[in-house]
Design a binder for this molecule. Sequence first.
Ligand code: DOR
Length: 399
Amino acid sequence: MTALLITGGRVVDPVASLDAVRDVRIRNGIVAEIGEHLESDDGESVLDAAGAVVAPGFIDMHVHLREPGFPQKETLATGTEAAVRGGFSSVACMPNTNPALDSTASLQWLREHAQRFGRCRVYPIGAITLGRKGREPCDFAALAEAGAVGFSDDGDTVADARVLRDAALRARDVRGVFISHCEPEDLIVARDLLMAAETGKRWHIAHLSTREALELVRGARANGAQVTCEATPHHLTFTAVDASEIGPPARVNPPLRWEEDRTALCQGVRDGTIDALATDHAPHTEAEKNDAASPAPGFTGLEIAVGAYADALPGLPLTHFVELLSVNPARILGIAGGTLRPGAAADVTIFAQRSWVVDPATFASKGKSTPFAGRRLPCKVLATIVGGELRYRAPELVA
Ligand code: DOR
């Protein structure tokens, strides 16, 4: 295990109420010490983070890693390499795989392969219904026991309200939040907020994209509902007008909306209605994206995310930025992370205000299609540390 000293960075740890220039010492995979002007010990590598922000490792609570079943789109190796390059030390992966993550066997397969090939921590989301067919609820206790940190039929809405209510009641006392893919968005957000209140299940709305849906979440919260929600880089950046100019690379579910929706979402992030930022990283092959009749919905997202969030949310206080990307996803999923307090696992993201231009040819992800291609972004990930190991370092970061 490496011993590492990160020097001179602005350490932003909202949980510890810390925002100051500090050095961070990492030993045996954990944060050992945070202080000023720490001396480096023998055999310790030093990372000079002057001018950069040192944050608890970012967590993307909504990615599609495509395995098992679709290695032509992405593999655990390429998807998690994209994650660490994008600044994510942990990801939660969605169950629309083949087979779906609806059994202890498929979860075990995923966890073993993530252990072997993963570059970051991988937390599986189990399905809500068997085969994601929307008919029979999964065995939630068994899936949680096998490592599922949440449940979702993401990619599809559980259309039958009776099935979803039955599932939520069965899952109520099982650890693991329900995550809704809501289409048609406003109607299903309204339904699922009622369902959360009625069943008492903890609920999270994925990729919120409309102003109305945001209002519904605000209302439910005001009435005491235990519900959280997320927004994606693309819904915070682009509109349907952009989508018609960009073409197939901008096709995604839920679709890109209108300027009033986009600005409402940005405001919803700023006022705290939106709890988490999540990419919905959804890579497809070039052939699938270029299919003129029916381009596959979704696109790669992990490697542009941090820059895109900073671009969409200029002036957002850094502590809030870190809450959205680390503290809150950890809390919503009930997983470790979200702080650099001594004794915590040494998951660290180092990033800086640095302008760069998105070039998909450089992506580690197999997905190369993105509406962000060619876009200039104001913020760059410089390093990602997972359990004390330096898993990504940008060439400009001196070690
Ligand atoms: O555009 C999307 N693509 N939205 C989803 O919810 C699923 C995703 C996928 O898996 O391709």
